[in-house]
Design a protein around this ligand. Sequence first.
Ligand SMILES: Nc1ncnc2c1ncn2[C@@H]1O[C@H](COP(=O)(O)OP(=O)(O)O)[C@@H](O)[C@H]1O
Ligand SMILES: O=P(O)(O)OC[C@H](O)[C@H](O)CO
Length: 541
Amino acid sequence: MARAVDAIMHKGDILIGIDSGTSVVKAVAFDLSGTQIAVASVTNAYDTGAGGAATQCMSRTWKDCVTALKQLGNLVEGLSGRTVAIGVTGQGDGTWLVGRDNVPVGDAWLWLDARAAPTVSLLEGNALNRARFEATGTGLNTCQQGAQLAHMDRFDPASLDRAEVALHCKDWLYLNLTGVRATDPSEASFTFGNFRTRQYNDVAIEALGLRQRRHLLPEIVEGTETTHGLSDAAAQATGLRAGTPVSLGYVDMVMTALGAGVYTGEADAACSTIGSTGVHMHARPAEEVHLNAEGTGYVIALPVPGIVTQVQTNMAATLNLDWVLNIAADVMRGMGQDVSHRDLVSHIEGWLAAGKPGAILYHPYISEAGERGPFVNANARAGFTGLSAANGYADLVRAVAEGLGMAARDCYAAMGALPSELRLTGGAARSPALRQILAAAVNAPVRVSARDEAGAAGAAMMAAVATGVYPDMRSCISEWVTPLLGQAEAPDPGLVRTYETIFPVFAGLRRDLAGTWDLLAKLRTESRDETEPASSVTTGA
Ligand SMILES: Nc1ncnc2c1ncn2[C@@H]1O[C@H](COP(=O)(O)OP(=O)(O)O)[C@@H](O)[C@H]1O
Ligand SMILES: O=P(O)(O)OC[C@H](O)[C@H](O)CO
């Protein structure tokens, strides 16, 4: 009843959340109380190339977003007239350079791009680096725009000279939707600013050697307070109403966590997203953040005054599972039997049940950009330890899943006490056996939100607060998030003991392996064929 009145007051009954992931762009319609009505999704693609390049065509990403919104229009009767507001989020980090007349300078560098590795090493030696970390709360890595801009400044200054503004993925979509060049407080502060003030910080910019490029950093817009209207051109392209308020969401990592329950009031509940990447986070007041001596992790603001998330993030989570599944698919394909990814995923539960717990160690650093949490090493690589002829394929799948559990524990251990409850989201949360592994690895009960599209929901929640559907984020959370949290699933005490025993071995071994990874990286560089062909990756739904 209350929401029916709201629908009249707000001249509509739908909020749209856009979530532009690395591989899929989604547009999701919600009613004003947060019930999901429809989802449209479009598969995006990115290219990989020499030296660890990972790039995405900016105009294609905008085109995919338009397609997703148009598809949503086909799914929801009268969408244009019913939409109260739109919120937009997207993959974080990376560098989306825009030049004159809002034309892209080239393809965007993604967070997966590893080319800035030598510049990260150089910047780590900068005398101001610790001060930069204490302001941003965020360790340097190759994913970040700060490191990538500094690398371009050294090796491709012409591209920066052509740029008028350096955006992130969601900012680029916001520009196309509204005509406004802006970024949000989360990416601005963890890359170039101070997480306490949510503003740019001179020392952080100086530590990155980017003082002379400061003009590239856009205005910071708080999307729960300020919206801009959908432009005529964007209205024409998407079929939505010109002037519809658009809210610039925070980076997808916190939008997903917000929608999945990272901040519902309980002090030491945490939230992990186990999707392509693994993101592990606690929400806490800014003054309670614990900055580690190694200078790793992220501090990412939440769209709640004074509250931030302390984050450690694995470069790859389910990408490891996909890798081990693809090995099986390749063998089968080679023998003339095609098998789909979906078929293989449906067998994961059986393999996890058949594999022996804690028998083999797996370090899940399968990304070509290495690892970033809780340690940063672009040379880190995955590996099994403890194999024997007695092990079969199910043991390998089990070991990979347990590796994700060990990596999650490694991340939480670096942020202080382990959480008392873990909220899970992302593809892996669909597996009961994987949930049990994660629960036992961090020795905490897990809860899964019934929210399907948590990232899009987080962005729509910001739009809801900005347009007065809710007076503040806390009241929006109490209706959109808390009621959707599922039952707590307690960890199995036997499995907890097994993982308590193997975690120190896992953590010790990844420390011991650092020298070996560096040596292997050196050998790879020496033997790399500089004419390495670029390849195109299309993933997702
Ligand atoms: N039922 C399942 N059991 C285990 N893993 C799953 C299951 N469903 C999906 N996954 C894993 O999650 C991945 C997709 O995760 P998702 O969160 O949808 O991806 P993204 O992070 O790209 O948005 C799949 O490729 C697979 O590895
Ligand atoms: O593309 P997804 O997995 O939705 O998001 C990626 C993150 O934003 C990235 O890991 C930030 O570095």
